[in-house]
Ligand binder design. Structure first.
Ligand SMILES: [Zn+2]
Length: 177
């Protein structure tokens, strides 16, 4: 369950609930200011090599023991593309030359509340596949043999990927014909 802040992290006074712009927010009566609890940014990396999609099996909650796209939270001062490359390397041992934002989705996480999920297409992969300390496995899967992914945004990103590839394949066939 998502942890709820009770005390102001700056002065330790107990928060009050106060409405602003129609949103119920934390308000610190001592700082006389709102504490904004904005969504986190968690990248999802789509890395395809030889027609196979790279997935990781999570060793941490949420979704421990389940498959997901590689990725994770962006750090302060970091672009989402850099965050995607860093997480990809940490979780799979692979480095990407290129990282491009493909879509921006929204996940309602049981543990983290609202998470904004930039879907990043990574290409130019190099290195040796090796799961990180928070992953049980890192593995490439055939597109028609993908396991169930734990996050709805990751499932959506993969559906779009397969749809896009279908269109490419049809176009290729038409061109060939
Ligand atoms: Zn305060």
């Amino acid at each position: 369950m998502r942890k709820k802040l009770i005390y102001c992290p700056y002065c330790s006074a107990r928060f009050e609930d106060k409405k602003e712009h129609g949103f119920k927010r934390h308000y610190c009566p001592k700082c006389r200011d709102f504490f904004y609890d904005n969504p986190l940014v968690g990248t999802a990396v789509v890395a395809v090599k030889a027609g196979q999609l790279l997935l990781i099996k999570r060793n941490i909650h949420p979704g421990r023991g389940m498959w997901a796209l590689p990725g994770g939270f962006a750090e302060q001062g970091e672009t989402v593309e850099a965050a995607a490359k860093r997480e990809l390397y940490e979780e799979t041992g692979l480095k990407a030359k290129k990282a491009v934002i493909d879509a921006v989705l929204t996940e309602n996480s049981f543990m983290y509340g609202t998470v904004i999920v930039p879907v990043i297409k990574a290409s130019g992969l190099t290195g040796k596949l090796k799961p990180g300390k928070d992953e049980l496995e890192a593995k490439f899967f055939d597109m028609d043999k993908l396991p169930l992914l734990v996050f709805s945004t990751h499932r959506k990103a993969v559906r779009e990927l397969i749809k896009g590839r279908g269109t490419d394949a049809q176009r290729d066939r038409r061109t060939e014909g």
